[in-house]
Design a protein around this ligand. Structure first.
Ligand code: 9MR
Length: 458
């Protein structure tokens, strides 16, 4: 316990002492937070490390497991549960200060075989469904901000989809699922979610009527998710008006699965149009006071469902398959208020860095500190030297994950082989033991490869 309180007491919080020396690339989660919304991404739990994990953690403040919370994944055999992937996503989110959208509890697809092919009486099926909702929501109680309680309940013409649940239980399955979810975690916002409801039209009208009916029955529904699986050149002109009319029913709205696919190959012209369209969708959310946020369905083209399902189409996300931001990424940032390119279009590659310095523990003559340096530019960093000057005579005695030397008051940390490369949005962390006497004031300024870094909250 002594170590823990030392850590708390000695953690040094430094706020924005220096601006990056060069125009830095935007951080979507920070821009979104400043606008009062979240910017999220769907994730694949097994990929949440390395560059994929670094960009996810750096850029987004909400994550949604693309598959790991679906019924077929969590209960492949009746009564036997597999929470590994879902746990990994929730743990990652907490470690990175992110919200989680739980996806999804009751859906006609990705059901386990025992459920999809089993035959149950209506009463039994209703209990199986509400028990499932109760079990899963209870497991993550207090750790999930939004639940997609019911997913894709509608046909294209706006009538109710003939799923196993609807066919046996009628529309009341929806009310029961929401009530079970509310009882299990009263703090979670409960959503209904569908695709092709983004603009006005028969399916959206069907959703509108359904939400009206649910509200009239006192069903605890908090939000409507608009998936936003869009096609280049076909972003509905009525998106904002549509979101607004739902908001006017007294529910939150959110764009929950945004991607904008194109016929491959991606050309500069198509990517430029895609930028405009990601920007427009983000703007539509910003224009609606009750729009909680936007989630992209995979942030990189290497983690998108589109090529598997629509042969010959793809490039639907804001980052290319090599984790480089595409014009769409800058379109999102611009909608969120970023002006780093001076309004002149996609910027030339930029450099920038932000440093978090934290004393982990401190004793009479020594201390242990961690330093995280984040690449806030758009160019990859390949090999780095981080320098700082000690304000009160400290010295580094031993370091790990970097080689640290000291000359006079100046400390110089050079990357280790394994953390030499820092992708845009990514970070490297190293630690050291130091000696102090008199005072242990934190360094106020750092340079990365010669350029000043912002010093962030630890
Ligand atoms: O992204 C998901 C993909 O990995 C799965 O194979 C697929 C199976 O149906 O589901 C994808 O996610 C879907 C989401 O759960 C609901 N809306 C449509 C998404 C794309 O199919």
């Amino acid at each position: 316990m002594a170590a823990v309180s030392a850590l708390t007491a000695a953690t040094v919080a430094l706020v924005g002492l220096a601006a990056p020396a060069h125009a830095a690339d935007p951080v979507l989660r920070d821009l979104a937070a400043a606008k009062g919304i979240y910017y999220g991404t769907a994730v694949t739990s097994s990929k949440l490390s390395g560059t994929y994990g670094a960009v996810t953690g750096a850029q987004f403040d909400s994550i949604t497991p693309a598959n790991e919370m679906k019924w077929g994944t969590v209960e492949p055999n009746r009564g036997s549960f597999n929470w590994a992937g879902a746990d990994r996503v929730v743990d990652f989110a907490e470690a990175n200060g992110q919200q989680v959208r739980g996806h999804t509890l009751v859906w006609h697809s990705q059901m386990p075989n025992w459920l999809a092919n089993g035959s149950f009486s209506n009463t039994e099926l209703r209990t199986i469904m509400t028990d499932h909702v109760t079990t899963e929501v209870t497991r993550y109680k207090g750790r999930i901000d939004h639940w997609d309680v019911v997913n894709e309940p509608l046909n294209e013409d706006g009538t109710m989809r003939g799923s196993k649940f609807y066919n046996q239980l009628g529309e009341s399955y929806i009310a029961d699922a929401f009530r079970a979810a509310r009882a299990a975690d009263p703090a979670a916002k409960l959503y209904i979610n569908d695709y092709n409801t983004d603009g006005t039209g028969p399916k959206s009208n069907g959703m509108y009527s359904l939400v009206q009916r649910l509200k009239a029955q006192g069903v605890p529904i908090d939000g409507v998710g608009f998936q936003g699986h869009l096609i280049l050149g076909q972003v509905p002109a009525t998106l904002q008006a549509n979101l607004q009319r739902f908001a006017d029913l007294g529910v939150e709205v959110a764009i929950t699965e945004l991607d904008i696919r194109m016929t491959l190959p991606a050309t500069d012209a198509k990517l430029a149009q895609q930028k405009t369209e990601f920007k427009a969708v983000t703007n539509a959310c910003l224009a609606v006071a009750r729009c909680a946020g936007v989630t992209v369905w995979g942030f990189t083209d290497s983690d998108s469902w589109i090529p598997d399902v629509f042969p010959g189409e793809g490039a639907a996300t804001p980052y290319d398959a090599g984790f480089q931001p595409k014009p769409a990424y800058y379109g999102i940032a611009e909608a969120l208020g970023w002006t780093g390119d001076g309004g002149g279009g996609d910027p030339t590659p930029t450099t920038g860095c932000a440093v978090t310095y934290a004393v982990q523990s401190q004793w009479n003559t020594g201390f242990t500190a961690n330093v995280t340096v984040r690449n806030t530019g758009s160019s990859p960093v390949n090999g780095w030297t981080l320098r700082w000057t000690w304000p009160s005579g400290q010295s580094v005695t031993q370091a790990w994950n970097a080689t640290v030397t000291q000359s006079g008051a100046q400390a110089t940390a050079v990357n280790a082989a394994h953390n030499a490369a820092i992708v845009p949005g990514g970070s490297a962390t190293f630690g050291f033991n130091g000696a102090w006497s008199g005072g242990n004031t934190a360094p106020g300024a750092f340079t990365l490869n010669g350029a000043a870094c912002a010093v962030a909250l630890s």
